[in-house]
Design a protein around this ligand. Sequence first.
Ligand SMILES: Nc1ncnc2c1ncn2[C@@H]1O[C@H](COP(=O)(O)OP(=O)(O)OP(=O)(O)O)[C@@H](O)[C@H]1O
Ligand SMILES: Cc1ncsc1CCO
Length: 275
Amino acid sequence: MRNDKTILLNEIRHKKPLIHHMTNQVTMSLLANGILAAGGSPMMVHSEDEVAEAVRFADALVINIGTLDAAAARSMKIAVKEACEYRTPVVIDPVAVGMTKLRRNTIAEILSEGSGSLKVICGNAAEIACFAQKQWSGKGVDGEMAGADLKGIAQSAAKQTGCLIVMTGKLDVITDGEKTVVLETGHEMMAKVTGTGCLSTSLTALFLANSLTSSLSSVEKAARAMLMLGICAEKAAAASPGSGTFAVQLLDELYRVSGEELEDMYEQVVKEGAL
Ligand SMILES: Nc1ncnc2c1ncn2[C@@H]1O[C@H](COP(=O)(O)OP(=O)(O)OP(=O)(O)O)[C@@H](O)[C@H]1O
Ligand SMILES: Cc1ncsc1CCO
């Protein structure tokens, strides 16, 4: 039965979960503002000297390797280990993971670090394909894969890693390897603003935050995060002459959308197939 207390976005706005980001230098401000607009509290803490202490306060940890270096990789491993001790969900954006050895090795080490927490991998098709033993086919940080069996690749990645997978693009696929949700919401203008993929990772972390008491499954929570971004992007695009206005308008729509509207949309558009 739906009531105000069971609507996930309403609970998020009431509790304002603290989302610890260790993320890239390109899109950090968009992510902080996106989390605030949606109803959470962002925290960007990177230093090796304080990250283990800081992560204990977090309701979820985001790891985004967009502008990775050796120091960041060290800090990320410390944070993930600590998050796992506290059973804090870890949501990983493996930006361009197939491109360099540093990225591949760091992600492999993070995935093997600690076992107490839900781990989620959120990336575009080329990035997720790397976890399904497929060849990296991205172009820098962008990674569409026309014609590929996206659902099959996402499910295979979930089975091989034991992680919840959120694959972004024209189609979004959210799967734990058993239960799968496919979304067709969103707008092509999203690909013209850097960081909309990073933002889908941050919102996924927000919806999976530890402090939330919702009995929804992780797949259902992550699907709501992606749906929220998708429907807000559609509204923002309709009101924007170009990608600059769109980026600002997207924050406005994340701020304005209600929990009830999100639930109504979920019932209308989610294609759920237990396989
Ligand atoms: N053609 C499209 N139609 C609808 N939605 C799209 C389209 N392209 C991207 N999206 C949406 O944009 C968001 C970002 O996805 P994308 O796959 O472009 O991420 P990314 O490559 O990791 O981006 P970035 O590195 O800039 O953060 C997702 O929410 C996705 O659903
Ligand atoms: C453009 C870019 N380069 C490294 S990270 C990043 C932001 C999108 O992932």
